[in-house]
Design a protein around this ligand. Structure first.
Ligand code: 5GP
Length: 191
């Protein structure tokens, strides 16, 4: 998505440790006009996927998933991050390593919100090492639901999670893929 690349170049800030900050339009502050376009782009990419539900993870995946949900007329479920290890039996849970916070969270979804009848499109803001998407895929497997694809607004190709998941056979689409990021330059993958 050309406009995603342009927004990253215009507003993205490169932080140490391979972190890209996009708080001015995607995370803390949300450009709602652009967010609508993101949802429409995801809907176009996955129009033939047969998805029945969108799954994301709190917090920054939620606006993207909801925008895609509006465009696709699909419900959205978000996984909660739970610091406590005391997980009740009515939830699916898995451990996910947080790239940005450097800790591990139990990620939980209430069982009644995903079933073996569902075809799930997984959506998140960033795809880096792939822990968040892998955790969400595991939760779908626990529920017996089919994962029809995953979509990240921004993939950091140099952290390899996306390519690993593609090698495993998942359909992974990213609206922009950053293949290289130095203090002064961002290089996108041709797609
Ligand atoms: P992964 O699990 O693929 O390593 O990282 C993805 C998760 O970490 C996303 O849910 C996202 O919130 C966060 N994340 C990873 N890299 C970045 C980044 O460069 N910038 C921001 N804002 N979040 C990131």
């Amino acid at each position: 998505m050309k406009k995603m690349e342009e927004k990253i170049l215009a507003e993205g800030k490169i932080l140490p440790g391979g972190v890209l900050k996009v708080g001015s339009f995607l995370n803390q502050q949300i450009d709602t006009v652009f967010m609508r376009e993101i949802g429409e782009e995801i809907a176009e990419l996955f129009k033939d996927s047969g998805a029945t539900k969108i799954l994301t993870i709190e917090a920054s995946g939620i606006p993207i998933a909801v925008s895609a949900g509006f465009a696709m007329n699909l419900p959205v479920v978000y996984a909660k991050k739970n610091k406590s290890s005391n997980i009740s039996g009515d939830c699916y849970s898995t451990l996910v390593h947080s790239f940005t916070h450097g800790n591990k969270n139990n990620v939980i979804v209430t069982k009644e919100y995903i079933s073996s009848d569902d075809k799930i499109l997984i959506v998140d803001d960033f795809l880096a090492h792939g822990s968040a998407l892998t955790g969400l895929i595991e939760i779908c497997e626990m529920a017996g639901a089919e994962v029809v694809g995953c979509c990240a607004a921004i993939e950091k190709g140099f952290q390899l999670g996306g390519d690993r998941l593609r090698e495993q056979g998942y359909r992974i689409e990213s609206l922009a893929i950053v293949d290289e990021m130095t203090d002064t330059e961002i290089i996108f993958r041709e797609q």
